[in-house]
Design a protein around this ligand. Sequence first.
Ligand code: ZN
Ligand code: ZN
Ligand code: ZN
Length: 756
Amino acid sequence: MRAEIKVSGIVQGVGFRPFIYRTAVKNGLVGYVRNRGDAVVEIVAEGNRDKINQFLKDLQKEKPSLAQIYSTTTDTKKEEEGFNEFKIIKSSGEAKLSGSVIPPDVSICGECLRELRDPQNRRFNYFFNTCTDCGPRYTIIKGLPYDRPNTTMQEFPMCDSCAKEYGDPANRRFHAQTVACPDCGPKAYLTSNKGEPIDCGDPIRETGRLLHEGNIVAIKGNGGFHVAAATTKTEPVARLRKDKHRKQKPFAIMAPDLETVKSFAEVNPWEAELLTSYRKPIILLKKSSKYFLSDLVSPELHSVGTMLPYTGLHAMLFDEIKEPAFVMTSANPPSEPIVTDNKEAISKLGSTVDYFLFHNRQIAQRCDDSVVRFHDKDPCLIRRSRGYAPEPVLLKQVSDRCVLALGGELNVTSCTLTGNRAFISQHIGDVENLENLRFLKDSVTHLTRLTNCNVEAVACDLHPRFTTTKLAQELASRFVCPVVQVQHHHAHAAALMAEWNVPEIVAVTCDGFGYGSDGSAWGGEVLYTNRECFRRTAHLEGQPMVGGDLAAYHPLRMAAGVLHKQLDVTEWLLSLSNKFPHGRKEAELIVKQLEKGSAPVTTSCGRVLDAVSAMLGICYMRTYEGEPAMKLESTAINGKDVLNLAPKVKGNVLDTTVLVHEIFSNKDKICAADLACSAQSYLARGLAELAIEEAMRLQVKHIGFSGGVAYNEYITATIRKTVEKEGFRFLVHNKIPAGDGGTSFGQAIVAGFQKH
Ligand SMILES: [Zn+2]
Ligand SMILES: [Zn+2]
Ligand SMILES: [Zn+2]
C-alpha cells in the first residue's frame, strides 16, 4: 500500500529528512521524502500495512531532538507506484499552506564541540563547526525551502569531503545546510579598528588575548556584532561606557562554562538547565556574595546578565587566557539596530573598539541575544530573540483570519498570527528612528514570507502618533485590509489570556506608559478581558508628571508632584538642585510648575516606583528604561515591609499619595532597603486587592499579572500570595515577554479573535 504523509511543524533544518530516510529504510519501505516551499515535509512511503504503521509510530517517537511536529496528515491508497528504493528528493517550490516554519538558531552541540577540540579531526579548531543538530538557522535563511541555495552558505561551495558527508545518509551531516570545514567554509580574520588586516595565525585566540590585555574588540557572530571587553578590569569597561553612551545600563557577559559562572553568581537548577540548553539565552543571575567582576558591568543591580558560548568561535575565545567572563554587549549605536555588515561595522564601531574579529559570511537576519530572568523556577522572558524566534507560540484556538501585529514604540517585536500559530519576530528595539523602522519592515516582510501569511488585518497600538501606528496604516492599504487598534494594556492582558488559553481574566497590568482609551497615560491598571472586549475596572491614582515626559527621566519631578499635593517641597527640591542637569535653575522652575499645577496625569505604576527610588536617593536620573525601579528592587532585596501600610482604596482607585508621603516622612528614620520593600509591598497588595474584588464580583477564576513591572520578583510574588490565598489561580507569562516585547502577540490575539 501507499501512504502520503504531510508533516508540519519545525521539520526543516533539524535533520528531519535524514531521519525519515533512515526510518523508512529501517522499516523496509520505498518512496521518497522532500521539503516543500511551505515548510511542510512531504513523505510518500510504500510497503505493507504493518511496516507503514510502524514507520508512523517511529516518526512520532524517535524524531530528532530539535524537531517539533504540530500536525501530520496521512492519506493511504491501495495502488502503489512501485519505487525501487527510498530517496530524499529535490525540494518542491509549492507554497500554498501557511504556518510552518524553520527553527531558531541553535547553539553548537556537544559532538561538534568535541570535534573542534580533537587534533585528529579535520574540523579541529574550526570555529563554525555545525551539524544537523546545531548551528544558525533563522539568521542565515533568505527564503524557503530551507536548502543551501536559500541561505547565506550558498557562497561557500562544499569541498569534496564535506559534499561526501552531506550526501551520505548515514552521516551526521547528511543534508546539513551549514556543513563546512576549514577548507571550504567561512573564515575568521582580525583587523585594526580601521579594517586593516592583522596577520596572525589564530585570529580567534588572538582576540581572546587582546581582550585579556584590556582591549575592546567587536566580534561578528551569527546574528550581529558584539562588543567585547574583559570584566575583571575597570579600564576597558569604563572606556566602553564612555564610548557607548551607556552610563549605567548593565552589560551582558559571556562566561566559558557553568563552573565559572558559579564563581560569581548564584545559579538555581532551572537557571543552570536553560543556561546550558541549546537556546543559550542571557540569564539575569543573582550576584553571589563572592562576586568579583568590575562594578561597572552591572552597576548598582543585584543581578548580572550572563550567557555561555553558543558558537565554536565563542568557546575558543577563552582557550588560552584566564578570564571569568567577557562583556558581550550587542553592538548597536544608540537606538539603532544591532550592526550586521562588515563595512557598516567599521564606520559605526571603529571609534569605540580597538580591533575587529570578522568572518566572511553574511548575516541574512539580524538577531540579538535573548534575555531571561527567573522568579524561582518560573522563566520570565525579557527579550525573546535568538534561540526562540521565530518558533511559533501554539494556541488552543484557531484564528479565522491572518493577522500581522506591529507592537508599540519600545522593545518592539512583530507578530504574525495564522491558524493556531503565532510567530513572534526577533527583538527589534525602540522604533523611534529610521534604522529601527527599516529593521521592523524587513523582519515583517521576511516573516510573512516565511510563514506564507496572507495578511487579513493589521494590528497596532491605540496611540495615534506611534511610528508603528502609521506603519500599520501603510501596510493595511498595501494588503487591502483593516487596521485594528488595540489599547496597550488590553494587549498585555489578552496576551496572558491566550498564553494560558483561558476564556476570561482579571489582569493587573503595570508598566511605564500606555496610551489609555481616554487618551491619558495609563500604567497601573486592573482590567477585565474576555475574547470580545475589555473593561478597565480599577487603577492607581492619577499623579502629575511635572514637566511632562521629563518626569520619566528625572523621577524627583514625579516625587515632587505627588508630595506637593500636601506639602511645601520647595526647600527639599532646592537642596537637591545638584541632581538636576540644569541645577538650581531647574529646581526653581519645577517649583513654579508645581504652583501652576497643569501637569499631565499618569496612573503608571512604574512612575510611582521611580518616585520612591528618587526620594530614597537610589536613582535620580533614568539613563535606561526601567532604571530607577530596577535599582529600587535591588535595594529592596535585603529589606522588610516595616511600614505594612494598609492599601487605601477610594472607589476603584488605589491611593498612591499616601504611600509617597509615608516614604518621604520616614526616609531619614528607616533604612532605604526597608522603605523600598514597603513601597513595593503596598502597591502589590493594593493592586491584588482590587483584582480580587473584581474577580469575586464577576466570578472570574483567573487573575493575572502582565506588563514590565511583572519582572519585579517581589511584586509578582506578593500579588501571587495574596490572590492564591483567596483561592484564585494566578497567571504570569512564561512563553512570551511580560513587557512590551509581548504586546504584538496580544494585539494579534485581539485582532484575530474578536468579532469582526
Ligand atoms: Zn553539531
Ligand atoms: Zn569542506
Ligand atoms: Zn507595556
